[in-house]
Design a protein. Sequence first.
Lengths: 423, 171
Amino acid sequence: MTPAAPTPGSPAAPLNVEALRKDFPLLQRTVHGRPIVYLDSAASALQPAAVIGAMTDYYESTHANVHRGVYATAEEATALYERARVAAGRFIGAPDPAHEVVFTKNTTEALNLVAHSWGRANLRAGDAVLLTEMEHHANIVPWMLLSEELGGLELRYIPIDGDGRLALDDLDRLLDGVKVVGVSTMSNVLGTINPVRRIADAAHRAGAVVVADGAQLVPHVPVSVTDLGAYFLAFSGHKTMGPTGIGVLWARAELLEDMGPFLGGGGMILDVKLDSFRPAPPPARFEAGTPPIAEAVGLTAAVGYLGDIGMERIRAHELALTNHALARLGEKFGPDLQVFGPPGGEDRGGVISFAYRDVHAHDLAQVLDQFGVCVRPGHHCAKPLMRRLGVQATARASFSLFSDEHDVEVLIEGLVEAGSLFG
Amino acid sequence: MADLEELYREIILDHYRSPRNRGELPSPPAHRVEGFNPLCGDEVVITLIVEDGKLADLKIAGSGCSISQSSASLMSAAVKGKAVEEVRRLISTFKGMMSIHEASLDHDGDRTAATGGADVVEGEPEQIDLEALGELAALQGVVKFPVRIKCATLSWNTLAQGLDEVAAEAS
């Protein structure tokens, strides 16, 4: 057999970034007279026209409240909403998406839901919760709130090593007596892709449940919940090229069955009397009130868009670009530019946090803005990690399927200007 | 880059590189007050001594961006040794300059929607006496960058809080 050239759409075919960029209306605009260079997808992704169009179509042709009306558009809206549940679940390899996917507002709300509904039913004062030093506040503070409510949980943290990876040597000892492990699948600061499977296997041996924050990984790397091993996985619509206002909580169905409601109201009940109520079965039990219907339609379009391109190809593109950017920054700035997180490789996503000389991240980002470059300065909602790294803030550039080597060059151009201004 | 040059005036960069009244006074006797900007993590620590109705001495510690640090440095130079009432007037004048007035943004209307949580003042802008502000007027370029206003006002709000605390202790 002769090896064939990769066909478009096959896992080996490189992305045609130039063509893909045309899918994103926002990339057509200029900022301060320069083409926008969007390097903040870790904060929020841009939306392809297919997503925006799907939501507009929905509002123009179909909109009605779901799960209530019997007229045609209400039936159609309900079908679209439930179809989104299946699409979102399939995107992460959920075995039974119709029963395992709960729509929330965002990743943060999904993680709060777990702490609130699973935590209240399964944790008692004195129980131990194991988190990591690189967690986003969204996977720390909900457990602290629960701790206050239950009269004290013991919060433990998996430390990070000098390369920004989790130090797992002591994992079994840390897991001793732990009921739940909260772990980021990929750090929003360091870009580290964590070995969630290894942690989940150890956690299960110790009798603990794993709650995975998938906000950064799911949009950029092929994810299968059965391979991941966690029993909960949360991610956000807007980081997955969908709209804001919708998040996804995937959970094993039997866990959802045993959890109490989150918010109370319409949609989450079977029956209400003057003195009591009976909750609906999952997933409705956790979706009080009118849900984000148009956003669910947009999310269906978003995961469809990503799926059509192919998550393997997206990951290959972003990995190659991350390695390229790390090499270029190192070559251009040497020790003047410090990158936080592991060196380029399979366990690194397209998130590059850095410090440049002693220029504060806010000043860097302000200068970069003049070049049309969108990066994020600050603590990235990970203050414990910032303290661990010994910095107050970093500047963070993050990649998407539409990012390319030219974007990296404009970033470098802006950093050179910042260097001369604050030099 | 005209906007950038307006933001990062030479005097601002000078105070950022060589901050005045840097450090901490022993506390006690000095009063110590901390300020945080939770959005960006900037921190400021002011230690101050009020004697005979005057802000006899103050030092500023903490860390942050060029705007927050230079604003703190410029402030320290402007208020040290002044009567507390005069310091309060200066705080008020400075914060007035840092408030976003619709009228002052007419030339750049697209920024009016993006106030970034800054202090938005309704109605006509009061006359800001830029002359009274002296070197501090160099910071007025910050107003064109709404999300940075909180950087510029952090040390001023913290000083106001410190003066309030000293007054409360004395009463």
